[in-house]
Write a protein that binds this ligand. Structure first.
Ligand SMILES: *Cc1c(COP(=O)(O)O)cnc(C)c1O
Length: 375
């Protein structure tokens, strides 16, 4: 059996008619930059997330970069970033001329260790970026409390968490389910093809309830242009493409169903892995995870991954090298041993194949192969 890590073809094949029609519609009108398809998607995705504004941009990295800029992050500012995340979270900070300040992760969730954030806050800190890694929202009540106490902004990296929810405590202490991306000052999404909501190329979005932030991101994504040839600020060229917006409009309608299937697959993995010597993903009872990734922790990870590969199963590692040890961030002067939890976890995490269309037989096959190695 051949089991890919994600299967984009099967999703296209089962929605081909609607997707082809959407693409043809854009080609027929030949309106590719901003315009009605982008506006339609922005409205739909804002409603879906439960926020006032959505601004389509060129990628998730750009969503983070422009979101940070709109929050006022500039040269020499500091931004709190978990050390276990995709490098784009830190790159967006660097693109502002600011410095990512890394924080170790929690042994259970693999999210930022919230108890270690405060010791990293200085007079230069402007923003905390919680990353809803693997599709599970971070404990946002705690993040927002720290941000409030120190007067910081919160930019959520929701690039792996489209549709995930967290039971957020409002000012009257009532719990209310809120979507990832809708709790901080700004939420940032990627529509990279392999994400839970994926386009057919690069794409991203910034969501926010703040009118000023929304206006600023709209200027930044389109050359600082307020109206034709009137450029208020020096901006960027980072727009969500109309073709991608049309595709995303079709796919957004299926997102909840797909996320439900991912959860069901995760439960099957959980059940079948129960008796084996592996640690299954921890999920807080305050969240509904959307399992962008299904990440187990296991000893002799590299050997297991190699054997799975020889049996046709593609497993991944997210992420093999914590950001402080990446050559790109050598200049920040961190050393091996600075973030012991992240460094230990990076040696033992393994992401199993995960996508909505994964079949019962495929899941059982994966488990059978794991069982043969880990008993
Ligand atoms: C995918 C991803 C990004 C960046 O998205 P791109 O669209 O590839 O630029 C940022 N942060 C996290 C956590 C991601 O998974």
């Amino acid at each position: 059996m051949d089991i890919p890590f994600v299967d984009l073809k099967i999703q296209y094949q089962s929605n081909k008619q609607e997707l082809d029609k959407a693409i043809q519609g854009v080609l027929d009108e030949s309106a590719f930059i901003l315009g009605k398809y982008v506006e339609q998607f922005e409205r739909n995705f804002a409603n879906y997330c439960g926020v006032k504004h959505c601004i389509g941009v060129g990628s998730g990295t750009d969503a983070l970069h422009l979101g940070l800029r709109a929050c006022g992050v500039a040269e020499d500012d500091e931004v709190i970033v978990p050390v276990n995340t995709f490098i784009a979270t830190a790159e967006a900070v660097s693109h502002c001329g600011a410095v990512p300040v890394f924080v170790d992760i929690d042994e259970e969730t693999f999210h930022v260790d919230i108890d270690k954030i405060e010791e990293k806050i200085s007079s230069k800190t402007k923003v905390i970026i919680p990353v809803h890694l693997y599709g599970q929202p971070v404990d946002m009540d705690k993040i927002m409390n720290i941000a409030k106490r120190y007067g910081l902004k919160v930019v959520e990296d929701a690039c792996q968490a489209h549709g995930a929810t967290y039971n957020f405590q409002d000012s009257e202490s009532r719990l209310k389910a809120k979507r990832a991306g809708s709790m901080g000052d700004v939420g940032c999404f990627s529509f990279y093809p392999g994400k839970n909501l994926g386009a057919y190329g690069d794409g991203g979005a910034v969501v926010t309830d703040n009118d000023e932030v929304a206006d600023k991101v709209k200027l930044l994504r389109n050359h600082g242009e307020q109206n034709k040839y009137n450029h208020l600020i020096v901006g960027y060229c980072s727009r969500l493409h109309a073709l991608q917006a049309a595709i995303l409009n079709v796919k957004l309608k299926k997102l909840d169903e797909w996320n439900g299937k991912r959860r069901k697959n995760a439960l099957s993995y959980n059940r079948l892995l129960k008796d084996l010597d592996v640690i299954i993903p921890y999920v807080s009872d305050r969240v509904e995870s959307v399992y962008h990734l299904y990440v187990i922790r296991v000893r002799n990870r590299d050997k297991l991954r190699e054997i799975l590969g020889s049996k046709g199963i593609a497993a991944g590692i997210h992420y093999p090298v914590p950001l402080h040890l990446q050559p790109a961030y050598k200049h920040l002067g961190y050393n091996k041993g600075d973030f012991p939890v992240a460094e230990a976890v990076a040696e033992e995490i393994l992401s199993l194949p995960m996508y909505p269309e994964l079949s019962r037989e495929q899941i059982e096959y994966v488990i059978e192969q794991i069982r043969a190695v880990v008993s």
